[in-house]
Design a protein around this ligand. Structure first.
Ligand SMILES: [Mg+2]
Length: 207
């Protein structure tokens, strides 16, 4: 059976910590601060709390404040200078070009954002499909129902899932996918098939 490669986007294909996430996080905190009427410091605490509790800030805001998801995604990902904020992983294009098989993006980010990041990184052409948070009906990783919906929509059977968030891989493992964790630490939970330190380690990986 042909192999499918499933890639997370943020912090898997490009580094977000140095440039783009600080900007998006600030926009999210501003949004929360305005919607809920709290200080920006409190908004930041809420943002992190929702990320930990619900897997995304958006999910927490929907559950607790019934906010408009489309408006939230549009406002927090509106980045006119996004081309200055993209930091692709080492040897990104070469790695994707060399991997044989179908390639799919599975991200909790919005579609427009994913398309822009992939285009600016010069790797849009390597992907057959992009599954965004809208495609997940706002119920993305690491939820089980989100994973089932993803697997069924793309008719995925034999696949390797690469992500930097281990909880996403824990779910993937439950559905029989091979899991590759992009992580710098030394621990490897038993639901992780392989751990890599850099994305281009995929080139020498036996899957
Ligand atoms: Mg990620």
């Amino acid at each position: 059976m042909p192999l499918t490669w499933i890639f997370d986007l943020d912090n898997t294909l490009h580094d977000t910590n140095s440039k783009i996430f600080p900007v998006i996080n600030k926009k999210m905190a501003q949004y929360i601060s305005q919607k809920i009427g709290v200080s920006s410091a409190q908004a930041n605490i809420i943002r992190k709390d929702y990320w930990n509790k619900y897997g995304s800030t958006l999910r927490g805001l929907i559950k607790n404040y019934h906010i408009n998801p489309a408006q939230f995604l549009e406002e927090t990902h509106h980045l006119p200078n996004i081309n200055e904020l993209i930091c692709p992983m080492r040897n990104l294009r070469g790695t994707l070009r060399s991997l044989k098989g179908r390639k799919i993006i599975f991200t909790n980010g919005p579609k427009n954002y994913a398309l822009t990041v992939l285009r600016l990184s010069g790797i849009l052409i390597y992907f057959d499909e992009i599954h965004s948070i809208e495609d997940s009906l706002l119920n993305g990783k690491p939820s089980h129902s989100g994973m089932r919906q993803f697997l069924s929509k793309h008719k995925i059977k034999n696949a390797v899932f690469i992500d930097d968030e281990r909880l996403n891989l824990r779910t993937a493992n439950r559905y029989g996918l091979k899991t590759v964790w992009l992580n710098q630490g030394s621990k490897k939970p038993n639901y992780i098939s392989q751990k890599i330190r850099h994305l281009d380690d995929l080139l020498t990986l036996k899957v």
